[in-house]
Ligand binder design. Structure first.
Ligand code: TYD
Ligand code: MG
Length: 456
């Protein structure tokens, strides 16, 4: 065994330093350096040629000579997961599912494991006991697969089991609880997490068994984040959502076998996670009468167009400086839109409190909701309701001009599908669009005034 060697690792990004540092030079986080024992010698820089490699050097192959068969993916009953993975589980792939504790990673994986028809799934848990997993399984839809549970944290023991058990899918929950005897530092440290992941990667590639690993993300960096693993694995999925709302979004942040702009939406219920196939329906509240301050905007999440409800409340500021508060929408952008409305629209918003909220707890970055934000603010200011059959999809510029957005056709189709009667888009977006081909009435506009004249 090599002699004991220690080094300092940033627990957030895995940056390595010979001495303790207060602030990580790589990711900028404070107080994240921890001393770890590493026994495996790191390769010396420049010494890239291992001693054994010189004799049996592999020959490079011409690209046309490489045999390739399209691998058959395992299609799960979970259509959201299939989409996010790019069409199903690829044999021999290593998928990392990251997310904050309590968001539902274990529930999602257990549900997938139980739903895989005629497959031997091995679910290794390092966090909960077998009884606890059973308790959770009782809440979920009845199993149709052969799912086996094992409480274990040593990777060597897992590989010993796997060798004769031969699962068809392996699930590791979570990577931060696993430890390999090849590395001395404690479970959850950067060097352990890296070593264990490398071992699972090797196993996945050699056996062709897909491996899912769970990785917790903590904001304070007290656990080695999955960030340090992202470059090692084939696919990185992040499970996001607010723990206090029931919606969860499964997003691909890296995928060697598919697109990264896909996402899946789930709702956490008492009986596990339910796939949400038509998210716009739940994001728009069901109301009979139109209320002032509410407008419907179109946003793209990945490739999916969603219609969301924007709520604004504008009221006279009675206490000193007017307040501007926004939930789910960038506060700076809100300030900008207010300034545009004031200067270009002539609305006296300077002495008004403005509160903005994106319904459903979503965070929106797509500039295409600008127009609906402006419409909601003006609607609240004037106290005139926007008809609930109207949607908006355009960006607003500093000159009060209504700008084009990308993929306007899919946004229009989504609004049409949901029964909207009118949609406001930018005049510059109409090129190549057949306005008469849609049932929904398309209202191309180039200036903010035209929108307000048309709808308020
Ligand atoms: P869990 O899957 O353990 O989260 P993670 O593995 O990401 O830490 O648990 C998520 C939460 O979901 C937990 O607080 C309980 C809740 N939950 C439900 O609401 N419904 C259910 O059917 C299940 C199984 C869990
Ligand atoms: Mg868990």
């Amino acid at each position: 065994m090599a002699k004991t060697k220690t080094t300092y690792f940033c627990q957030n990004c895995g940056h390595q330093a010979p001495k303790w540092l207060g602030r990580c030079p790589a990711c900028g986080e404070w107080n994240t350096f921890v001393e770890e024992v590493i026994v495996k010698e790191e390769p010396v820089a420049g010494n890239w040629r291992p001693a054994s490699a010189t004799k049996t050097a592999a020959k490079p192959k011409a690209i046309h000579a490489i045999q390739y068969e399209a691998q058959e993916r395992v299609v799960t009953p979970d259509t959201e997961l299939n989409r996010v993975l790019g069409g199903g589980i690829v044999p021999g792939s290593l998928v990392l599912i990251g997310g904050e504790p309590g968001i539902g990673k274990s529930t999602l994986l257990l549900q997938i494991a139980l739903g895989l028809k005629d497959m031997r799934v091995l679910y290794v848990t390092g966090e909960e006991s077998e009884q606890q997993i059973k308790m959770r399984a009782e809440r979920l839809p009845a199993p149709i697969s052969e799912c086996y549970i094992m409480a274990e944290t040593s990777t060597q023991n897992i590989f010993r089991t796997v060798e004769h058990f031969e699962p068809e899918i392996l699930i590791i929950d979570s990577i931060q609880t696993m430890h390999s005897s090849l590395v001395e530092s404690g479970a959850g440290s950067v060097s352990q997490v890296r070593e264990c992941t490398a071992e699972f990667m090797k196993y996945a590639k050699e056996s062709g068994v897909p491996v899912f690993i769970v990785g917790h993300i903590t904001k304070d960096g007290s656990l080695a984040g999955p960030k340090v693993l992202e470059h090692m694995v084939d696919t990185v999925l992040t499970f996001e959502g607010d723990r206090h709302t029931t919606y969860r979004i499964l997003r691909t942040t890296k995928n060697r076998f598919g697109s990264t702009s896909e996402l899946g939406i789930y709702e956490m219920q008492g009986t596990g996670l339910r796939q949400v196939t038509n998210p716009s329906e739940i994001l728009i509240s069901q109301r009979d009468e139109a209320l002032s301050g509410i407008s419907i905007g179109s946003m793209l999440e990945g490739n999916r167009p969603l219609l969301i409800e924007i709520q604004a409340l504008v009221s006279v500021a009675n206490y000193g400086t007017p307040q501007r508060s926004s939930t789910g929408f960038d506060a700076k952008r809100l300030q900008m839109l207010l300034a545009v409305l004031e200067k270009r629209g002539g609305f006296r918003l300077g002495q008004q409190d403005v509160f903005l909220n994106v319904a459903g707890g979503l965070k929106v970055e797509d500039p295409a909701i600008d127009l609906s934000v402006c419409a909601a603010i003006v609607s609240s200011y004037e106290d005139i309701a926007i008809p609930s059959s109207v949607a908006f999809a355009a960006e607003v510029g500093l000159g009060g001009e209504v700008r084009a957005v990308h993929r306007v056709d899919s946004r229009i189709s989504e609004a049409e599908k949901l029964g909207f009667k009118q949609i406001f888009i930018s005049k510059y977006n109409t090129k190549g669009l057949d306005l008469d081909a849609y049932k929904i009435k398309i209202r191309p506009v180039s200036k903010l005034d035209e929108v307000f004249q048309g709808v308020l």
